[in-house]
Design a protein around this ligand. Structure first.
Ligand code: DC
Length: 229
């Protein structure tokens, strides 16, 4: 039986619940969890702070120039992990609606994708990793032993995200969240560089009507089959 650590790629639409899935699977099997969306959010935040992304648009060349001196990492904390941008804990800030509204235009920039893809591949070097995102199974780890593609109706996803944001104290409306989710879907799906797409060899899961427990059990079964456990 193959017991070597594997790579698990979980891709899907905004707020499809893929990070919950990925985090819970990683914890259950003792793997490292990497949130690639947090990495796109972190570089977007840096671009916003330096005036390179905002209401007036996105300064592509300026953002590309930030890349060589940018580090993005994760630090484990009680009950999860936080995202570090150049060593600073930016976990809260990167989840704001302001960053959510700017992240897609920043993540279409090819040089940004190349730089973050290289960082993500470095995280997977020693394998034993669960990474979630949009292009993990297609571009970052095309040879991942287990690929999952998660989908759910836009209204279901927007409702989940709205509840999550409200619980965190973020002031917004369901309509604003639905508009953001729909717009990000469209940009993610239609961008030239590594668009959101279900890999041919991915297992498709629509979790609209699934409980967390059902989802966990399904993922664990897929994992055990793929890892030869
Ligand atoms: O998973 P998330 O919603 O936190 O991701 C935020 C954005 O980052 C998403 O709208 C598109 C981008 N993204 C990407 O382009 N590629 C990835 N692998 C992950 C996220």
């Amino acid at each position: 039986m193959n017991q070597d650590p594997i790579i698990v790629a979980i891709d899907g639409y905004s707020s499809s619940g893929k990070s919950t899935m990925a985090k819970r699977l990683a914890a259950a099997v003792g793997y490292r969890y990497v949130d690639s969306g947090a990495m796109y959010r972190a570089i977007t935040l840096k671009a916003m702070r330096t005036g390179l992304a905002g209401a007036s648009g996105v300064d592509e060349a300026g953002i590309v120039a930030l890349l060589p001196t940018t580090t993005i990492d994760f630090r484990p904390v009680e009950g999860g992990q936080v995202t570090l941008l150049d060593g600073e804990d930016v976990e809260r800030e990167i989840r704001s609606m302001e960053v959510s509204n700017m992240v897609s235009p920043v993540s279409v920039i090819p040089a940004v994708r190349h730089a973050l893809t290289a960082m993500q591949q470095a995280f997977g070097k020693s394998r034993g990793i669960v990474m979630d995102g949009r292009d993990i199974g297609t571009t970052v780890f095309p040879d991942a032993e287990l690929k999952v593609f998660v989908d759910a109706a836009p209204e279901t996803r927007a409702e989940r995200r709205f509840k999550e944001l409200t619980a965190k104290g973020v002031v917004t409306t369901y309509e604003a969240v639905l508009a953001n989710v729909t717009e990000r879907d469209e940009i993610d799906r239609t961008r030239k560089e590594s668009p959101l797409r279900c890999a041919d060899d991915a297992v498709k899961i629509d979790n609209s009507g699934m409980t967390l427990e059902e989802q966990d059990a399904l993922l664990l079964k897929l994992f055990n089959d793929a890892a030869g456990r």
